[in-house]
Design a protein around this ligand. Structure first.
Ligand SMILES: Nc1ncnc2c1ncn2[C@@H]1O[C@H](COP(=O)(O)OP(=O)(O)O)[C@@H](O)[C@H]1O
Ligand SMILES: [Mg+2]
Length: 402
């Protein structure tokens, strides 16, 4: 099994650094992104105050048991949920080993560690497909056609790749009218339409081949955007596509068409984060309400649904206000964006807003939306909680205890 993992390593000693260098060159990790940094566990805590933690973090620490536990407590506070931690320590004591494992550390190695030991730990953690990390899926859906849902999906995908440095895949599922290819000025190799028509053919290798690279981090699976009559799309085919795509990148943005079909409803329910985009008028209000009452209710409590109001003030005299939406829906829009011709201007040039105008207010609002939905906001720094409590919180986040 070839692993596609993102791993951060924080070493203290030269021996550990050497073992990690060798570990990084393992053939099985050829498709993984592995960063080596000095400073050990303490540096990791500082690093994740401002950066998202990947699925696996390897840290070295030379402190005694109490120090390591305290530092791990701080690490737990700043890591995103699902992050596993391997510790290289300098205390050779079975008691320490047990105590760390019981608190959610995936494995503890007494220095000097070898590359083979580290690889063994990776295999134990990730060889099972069910435990392989799955990319976070963010779906965009317009309450009505033309509200700007695709435009926001494209821009958010671009910003995610830009600000997190992680790989992002943008999946355009608007088979007839998709615009991802146009927006990024890219030619499709094969399209989502063909794939969904023959779900048996879909596998990771095929997907890897047909994904179109926008840059090092952002890849696209464009739609055919042809007015052919596509065979009906099966929910199972879409499910398989999602499952495989999520093995290929830590972040997946799905642009859904404004359609009411079983597979679309399924996608709306399955996404980790759902962004409903609406324009501030009465039909949009009615449809957002119906969506929140239906799909929104069926989504689990850990799968948030966000409302974005777009194109405010395009029709000043007749529009509703954000307050009207909030009062009726009991949901506050996470952002409200004004109508601004700049969207059309940059799109005519095949650019994303953040590329064309870096410090624009709208670009900043989209950046905030992107950070919110990929859950990569820096954790609350400086909050002081006793180490034991923090570890428990972390275990809960990592779903290791109830
Ligand atoms: N805030 C905005 N101000 C002005 N034009 C916008 C804004 N958001 C989107 N647009 C434009 O609206 C049009 C429709 O957007 P699109 O993203 O295709 O909508 P949807 O996917 O919801 O059907 C596009 O031409 C786009 O450039
Ligand atoms: Mg669209």
């Amino acid at each position: 099994m070839i692993y596609r993992l993102t791993i951060d390593c924080f070493h203290l000693t030269a021996e550990a650094e050497q073992a990690l260098q060798q570990f990084r060159q393992d053939r099985l990790l050829g498709k993984s992104r592995i960063a080596l940094r000095p400073g050990g566990l303490a540096a990791a805590v500082e690093h994740y105050r401002d950066n998202a933690s990947p699925p696996l973090v390897i840290v070295e620490d030379d402190g005694d048991e109490a120090t390591v536990l305290e530092r791990l407590g701080h690490l737990a506070e700043v890591c995103v949920s699902g992050t596993r931690v391997l510790v290289i320590g300098h205390v050779n004591d079975i008691g320490v080993y047990r105590s760390l494992l019981s608190r959610g550390v995936s494995d503890y190695f007494v220095a000097p560690v070898t590359a083979a030991q580290l690889m063994g730990a990776v295999e134990a953690l990730f060889s099972d497909r069910a435990s392989a990390p799955r990319g976070r899926m963010v779906a965009f859906f317009g309450a009505r056609g033309g509200v700007g849902s695709s435009t926001l999906a494209h821009n958010v995908a671009w910003v995610m790749a830009e600000t997190t440095g992680e790989e992002v895949i943008l999946l355009d599922l608007d088979l007839a009218f998709g615009t991802a290819g146009l927006a990024f000025n890219l030619e499709a190799r094969q399209t989502v339409g063909e794939l969904l028509g023959e779900p048996d053919r879909i596998d990771v290798q095929l997907l890897d081949r047909i994904l179109v690279k926008y840059d090092e981090r952002l890849k696209l699976l464009p739609s055919p955007s042809e007015l052919r009559s596509w065979p009906p799309i099966e929910v199972e085919a879409v499910d398989k596509l999602f499952d495989l795509i999520r093995q290929l990148a830590p972040l997946v943005v799905v642009d859904l068409p404004h359609l009411w079909a079983p597979w679309v409803v399924h996608a709306l329910e399955q996404a980790d984060e759902l962004v409903i985009v609406a324009q501030p008028d009465l039909p949009n209000l009615r449809d957002v309400k119906a969506l929140l009452d239906g799909v929104g209710q069926r989504r689990g409590e850990h799968a948030p649904t966000h409302l974005v109001l777009n194109k405010q003030d395009a029709y000043k005299k007749t529009q509703l206000s954000a307050k009207d939406f909030e009062e009726t829906l009991k949901v506050r829009p996470v952002i409200s964006l004004p109508f601004d011709p700049i969207f059309g201007e940059v799109s005519n040039n095949g650019q994303m807003l953040g590329e064309a105008v870096k410090n624009h207010k709208l670009a900043e609002a989209i950046r905030q939306l992107a950070l919110l939905v990929c859950r990569r906001t820096p954790a609350a720094a400086g909050r002081r909680v006793p180490a034991g409590e923090m570890l428990t919180a972390w275990l809960k986040k990592a779903k290791l205890v109830k």
